[in-house]
Design a protein around this ligand. Structure first.
Ligand code: CP
Ligand code: NVA
Length: 341
């Protein structure tokens, strides 16, 4: 049966290109695929499809999710990065798009500029999936709101509070996607690191339709009250120059997620609160970057403390990471296969 609202042939570049119905369809499909995989059911939905994964920035989860989702569905996945290919150095994105469009059925792209992923979609003629840019991280959103649904049974009406760098790709995507889905998203961050105006305007417009109540504030106590989800991300996103590290860590320290924040929600002890993080995270001194920062600046760049990060009562970041695989699989099938499942 062909679905008239089909996502077949679509690229996934930015959340606002999709309706709540379409996002919910991919999320619900991901939950179904997760259940199927747990039972050992892995139909070859994408047999003989060829997928390219372009990574101009490093990745653990997104790459793994695309590779495993390809293997699980019978597709072939080819990894390309800046060092081992000509992309962006000896060959333009437009030429790359034209070449890859001749060979592949779908292309994942992780990079810097939004224009690059848009050009890739425009000139390749095949579905392109945005695996993170400086501006947004749409495939992360499918896994994140899937995790919310699994934990609370619904998405609409949930109070999700993001603390820290409110100007980054994940914060921007949470705000816009939440506005589409009817989630009451609070972005709690220093004034200098709040979401760009154009995204706030866009989110407010989308919220009018969904009923989401959005808040952008630098007031921690006000922002976290009644939260069901406390979410944070690194203060030092990929591509942020080291010259900015000290200022960022100092400015964002009051927005660190710790037990005091969890308690301030009012939901710490009633089973209505979880912690989420897109990962990777700085929460202890076990990474070389955290050690380097501590040595050089005498600051610990921890956006979340260990007692929250490792607290089984709240921490959902690892199931959230697993959900990347199921939700990316759902998105790939929905955009590459015309059948509604
Ligand atoms: N959350 C996320 O995108 O992780 P990776 O950078 O490991 O892909
Ligand atoms: N904001 C982070 C997200 C990593 C998944 C970054 O861009 O590095």
């Amino acid at each position: 049966m062909i679905n008239k609202n089909s996502l077949y042939g679509r690229s996934v570049i930015a959340e606002q290109d999709f309706s709540a119905e379409q996002l919910n369809y991919m999320i619900n499909f991901a939950i179904k695929l997760k259940d199927q995989k747990a039972k050992g059911i892995l139909p070859p939905y994408l047999k003989h499809k060829n997928i390219a994964g372009i990574f101009m920035k490093p990745s653990t989860r997104t790459r793994s999710a695309f590779e495993i989702a390809s293997a699980d569905t019978g597709a072939n996945f080819v990894y390309l990065d800046a060092q081992g290919s000509h992309i962006g150095s000896a060959e333009s994105i437009v030429d790359t798009a034209k070449v890859l469009g001749e060979m592949y059925d779908g292309i994942e792209f992780r990079g810097y500029k939004q224009q690059d992923v848009e050009n890739l979609a425009k000139y390749s003629g095949v579905p392109v999936w945005n695996g993170l840019t400086d501006e947004n991280h749409p495939t992360q959103m499918l896994a994140d709101y899937m995790t919310v649904k699994e934990n609370f049974g619904h998405i609409k009406g949930i109070n999700l509070t993001y603390l820290g760098d409110g100007s980054d790709n994940v914060a921007t995507s949470l705000l816009v996607t939440g506005a589409i889905l009817g989630v009451n998203v609070h972005i709690v961050s220093p004034k200098a690191y709040q979401p760009a105006k154009r995204f706030v305007t866009l989110a407010n417009k989308l919220a009018k339709k969904s009923g989401a109540k959005l808040m952008i504030t630098d007031d921690v106590a006000k922002g976290v009250r009644n939260s069901n989800v406390i979410y944070t991300d690194v203060w030092l996103s990929m591509g942020v120059p080291e010259s900015e590290f000290k200022k960022r860590i100092k400015t964002m320290m009051p927005y660190q997620v710790n037990m005091k924040i969890m308690k301030a929600t009012g939901n710490a002890d009633n089973g209505k609160l979880i912690f989420m993080h897109c990962l990777p995270s700085f929460h202890d001194n076990s990474t070389t970057i955290a050690q380097h920062i501590y040595k050089k600046f005498d600051f610990k760049p921890y956006e979340v403390t260990d007692d929250v990060f490792n607290n089984p009562k709240y921490a959902r970041q690892f199931e959230e990471a697993q959900n990347r695989m199921h939700s990316i699989k759902a998105m790939m099938i929905a955009t590459l296969n015309p059948i509604k499942f």
